[in-house]
Design a protein around this ligand. Structure first.
Ligand code: LLP
Length: 433
């Protein structure tokens, strides 16, 4: 139980709101985000990093949960923002996110996206392609601007996480390889162009990580190359981006505070900078999941229940892989509760599944719920705030659910649910038919 979730009168409350009441009022399936939980993470990052280390910045990885409300909150809190597409940048512009606070990442930025980024004046473009610099320079010429750039490198570390979310290995589509013949020409171009201002190096080794060792190894590799860049070009890197990836609790993982990762990273950064003989670079962290995951739950209404004697009891809910693809995609495990029977003993093992035409459409496999569970009950899955809404699909023409914000007993819409007509609004009967 995290501190935003409480059981009262047999029901689940989230940030002071009765979730069964929220389900009744707003309908299900429904994503629910706790303002208090978001603020706790924001404040933890301020205390552990932004206010502790001079110049340190947090660029929230918007891919985890990119909505206007979330971006507005971060803007007000003075956070930076990492975007990886024209679409995420568009949302940032919509809330008037200060351009200099935006970092644009991505392994295949489209020329049109680079145009958008340069014309808006984003603070940093993170180079992650061998032929990217000419595109950036073209845009700079077009808009008469200079662009701040960093270079994302592949630090060649292996981390303990799902293969699909491990990104620091040599065999990765992300990052420029740490190889003189490949990296140096990119650095040279970045340093020499009158259109670019070169700031430093980026890494992101993977996601849902619980140990600092991988980060430290990667930072070591990155700083080795900061040393080589100094030797070769006489240039001191001024910034280092540690990436994101800090792990969260889905079931019973033991979550570490940000300082567990960031203090040793900062210590190493200073140590290695001293060794190379450059001022300690400004550090940037890029968390996504850890800011939003535990701040979100998803509410469902229980429908059909099917028991196969001696095998499995399936409890179907009114959503599924459309708003939570993570189970099918990464075999992710979740925890949850029957929100209106929160005090009944969980004495039956069931598989909670969705309504999509796909056998892999499961939310929680082999999960204990009260045997009293029946149609019309409200089921809540926990820790769904990250990569749920942002990875939602319209499979089976199911609309993407809305998002409600809850805050100390109050609630309001953050995103309205999609309608059937919105799903088909761009579809045409072709003239050639
Ligand atoms: N920075 C970069 C360059 C990234 O690629 C990512 C995530 C982050 C920061 C943020 O990582 P986080 O703190 O959220 O772990 N859809 C997957 C996760 C993909 C992560 C992609 N990159 C999932 O649902 O587990």
């Amino acid at each position: 139980m995290n501190r935003y979730r409480e059981i009262k009168d047999g029901r689940l409350y989230f940030d002071g709101c009765d979730t069964t009441e929220i389900a009744r009022r707003y309908g299900t399936p429904l994503y629910v985000m706790s303002h208090s939980a978001l603020m706790d993470k924001i404040n933890e990052l301020k205390g552990d990093f932004i206010e502790k280390y001079p110049g340190a910045r947090v660029a929230y990885a918007s891919k985890a949960f990119c909505t206007l409300g979330m971006l507005e909150l971060l803007k007000r809190e003075g956070f930076c923002l990492e975007v990886v597409s024209g679409g995420e940048l568009y949302a940032a512009k919509e809330v008037g996110f200060p351009p200099e606070m935006i970092e644009f990442n991505g392994n295949n930025k489209l020329p049109s996206e680079i145009d958008d980024a340069v014309s808006y004046g984003v603070g940093r473009i993170i180079i992650d392609g061998l032929k990217e610099i000419p595109l950036i320079i073209d845009s700079c010429k077009k808009y008469g601007r200079k662009a701040g750039v960093m270079i994302r490198v592949t630090p060649e570390v292996t981390v303990d996480t799902h293969d699909y979310i491990s990104t620091g290995e040599k065999d990765s589509k992300f990052g420029i390889p740490l190889d003189e013949e490949i990296l140096f020409p990119v650095v040279k171009e970045a340093i020499e162009s009158e259109y670019l201002e070169f700031y430093g190096l980026n890494m992101h080794i993977g996601s849902q990580l619980f140990e600092v060792e991988g980060f430290l190894k990667a930072l070591d590799a990155l700083m080795d190359w900061a040393g080589k860049i100094k030797e070769e070009f006489g240039v001191a890197i001024r910034e280092v981006n540690f990436g994101g990836g800090f792990g969260v609790q889905y079931t019973n993982e033991e979550v570490k505070p940000y300082r567990y990762f960031l203090d040793p990273l900062m210590e190493k950064l200073q140590e290695r900078a001293d060794e190379i003989g450059i001022p300690c670079p400004v550090a940037i962290a890029e968390p996504g999941r850890s800011v939003v995951a535990e701040a979100g739950i998803t509410l469902y209404t229980v429908g059909q229940i099917k028991e196969i004697e001696g095998l499995t009891k399936y409890v179907s809910v009114d959503g599924g892989m459309g708003e939570n693809i993570r189970v099918a995609l990464y075999q992710a495990e979740y925890n949850g509760i029957v929100a209106n029977r929160a005090e009944d003993t969980p004495d039956e093992t069931v598989t909670v599944c969705g309504k999509y035409c796909e056998s892999g459409d499961v939310l929680i496999k082999d999960f204990k719920v009260p045997g009293t569970i029946r149609m019309g009950d409200i089921f809540a899955t926990y820790s769904t705030g990250a990569y749920g809404y942002s990875m939602a699909s319209n499979y089976n023409n199911n609309p993407v659910p809305g998002v409600v914000m809850v805050r100390e007993g109050k609630s309001c819409w953050m995103v309205k649910p999609q309608t059937f007509s919105q799903i088909i609004e761009n579809q045409l009967i072709p003239q050639l038919l």
